[in-house]
Design a protein around this ligand. Structure first.
Ligand SMILES: Nc1nc2c(c(=O)[nH]1)N[C@H]1C(S)=C(S)[C@@H](COP(=O)(O)O)O[C@H]1N2
Ligand SMILES: [Mo]
Length: 222
């Protein structure tokens, strides 16, 4: 028993020391600031863990929060594919639903545990029949933002394209209608307002922040 609590203590210390700015490490109650950010209908707890509000305290996007009209919105899958796709929002939602609680730790000094729901990126991409040289996936968004991930990472980590956070449709601030949940990757890989998924073979492709000096691998180190 003693040994066990020592272990837990060490693990807790490691976890705490990994974060220089501790806002939300693993509290058992919500702060009043985070309580105020929850939207109507948002789930605040899941499997005995408290969730962070889906919308963060500030927006740092390159051209401000985007408003997407579903009547004209299409998600296209382009590039090195046999059958390019142009999907409506409803057509994307016909794919199987995946649900996962994922914590962002220490990305830009904050952490947020959010319950994501969406579709598997691999399933979407397979609809378009990627050719074998398609190794890089470039995400384009309505604000002109781009970022990329290796297709192998998308498959191995079973990454999802989310349309819900904490049980509600993604708020516009979060990238409505679709946002890449780039688990274990830094925030700039989490493309919001995604409207095109382009398959490429360009191993040197650099997105918006990557071409401005940010690491292209972008692993979260903790
Ligand atoms: N379309 C789009 N997606 C984007 C961005 C952006 O400017 N445009 N910013 C990225 C960055 S740098 C971060 S940290 C995350 C979260 O941004 P936030 O801190 O403004 O909420 O969204 C990412 N996705
Ligand atoms: Mo960021």
């Amino acid at each position: 028993m003693k040994k066990r609590s020592l272990m837990i203590g060490i693990v807790a210390m490691l976890f705490l020391s990994a974060c220089s700015t501790k806002i939300d490490d693993d509290p058992d109650t919500h702060s009043s600031a985070s309580l105020a950010r929850f939207r109507e209908g948002e789930v605040m707890e899941y499997q005995g863990k408290i969730l962070s509000p889906a919308v963060g305290p500030r927006d740092n996007s390159i051209n401000g929060v985007q408003t997407v009209d579903l009547a004209t919105y299409r998600l296209t899958i382009t590039g090195l594919v046999a059958n390019p796709q142009s999907l409506t929002y409803d057509e994307v939602l016909e794919l199987d639903l995946y649900q996962r609680m994922i914590t962002l730790n220490c990305v830009e000094g904050w952490s947020a545990r959010i319950l994501w729901e969406g579709v598997l990126l691999q399933e979407l991409i397979e609809m378009a029949g990627p050719v074998s040289s398609a190794t890089i996936v470039i995400f384009h968004a309505t604000d002109g933002y781009t970022t990329s991930l290796p297709y192998s990472v998308i498959k191995e980590k079973k990454l999802i394209l989310a349309y819900k956070a904490n049980g509600i449709d993604l708020p516009p601030e979060m990238g409505y209608p679709f946002m890449v949940v780039a688990e274990d990757k830094l925030g700039y890989k989490w493309a919001r307002w995604v409207n095109e998924i382009e398959l490429s073979s360009d191993m040197n492709y650099q997105g918006y922040w990557e071409s401005r000096g940010y690491d292209n691998i972008a692993d979260v180190i903790d």
